[in-house]
Design a binder for this molecule. Sequence first.
Ligand SMILES: Nc1ncnc2c1ncn2[C@@H]1O[C@H](COP(=O)(O)OP(=O)(O)OP(=O)(O)O)[C@@H](O)[C@H]1O
Length: 260
Amino acid sequence: MTVPKLRIAGLDKSFGTGERRTEVLRDINLDLADNEFVSLVGTSGCGKSTLLSIVAGLQDFDAGDLSIDGAPILQPGLDRGVVFQSYTLLPWLTARQNIEFALKAAGYDRTACREIALEHLDLVKLSQSADRYPSELSGGMKQRVAIARALSYRPKMLLMDEPFGALDALTRHQMQELLTQIWEEHRLTVLFVTHDVEEAVYLSDRIVVMGIGPGRIMQTFNVDIERPRREEVMETPAFMDLQRGVHKAIREASRRPEMA
Ligand SMILES: Nc1ncnc2c1ncn2[C@@H]1O[C@H](COP(=O)(O)OP(=O)(O)OP(=O)(O)O)[C@@H](O)[C@H]1O
């Protein structure tokens, strides 16, 4: 039996205690294969970010198993690169230094830090802006630095929480194209949270629809749309049918059980 890249099995999570206890995730079971791109979608509050931060090791959980390549996840680690909606760059460091800072923390020596930082700025097409500070970069550029930083120490997985949510439509689309290209070239395993169904269909191999009250997996869609994908694919009947199906599943999953 092959070990999945990421295994989430029987995972439960509640916040608070006693009368203030809220069950947020119930019996989450999800395996990601090596190189698979999986998106989590679902109505606000269904626990997508909580699940992602548990996988990142930033949040504990109450029950279940969680592992990468068979090794239990106990804390944050360099095997997972994380990109959030907020850019999380250090404002007093340049784009290059932000990446070098992460690499130094990961134990790379000075020369390697510089080389790898520049290589990854090139990967996200930001070589020209290596010495600019975050305040001198647009939102899309900052997010490209954050992606370069997350990829620089070669994690086994990329965890992305609404990474393009703060960007305007055109920049968002450019970022989707860039991520698609990087994914196609480097074949990463990605767990991606988004509210944008079109984005989920465009990027993913699989889309997991979560429901609310408590958060749980309601439906999974395989995205059988040929790769490499380019913008034109969004106009095809197969793409639009799938998009409609996912929207419908999200609507159905958004009804709390007591309202169903
Ligand atoms: N630290 C916390 N303490 C208490 N409750 C929390 C905490 N973090 C999240 N929650 C609750 O957990 C539930 C799930 O939140 P979460 O942010 O994971 O949902 P989400 O699906 O990512 O939502 P959105 O799409 O709006 O970002 C919400 O009801 C939220 O209020």
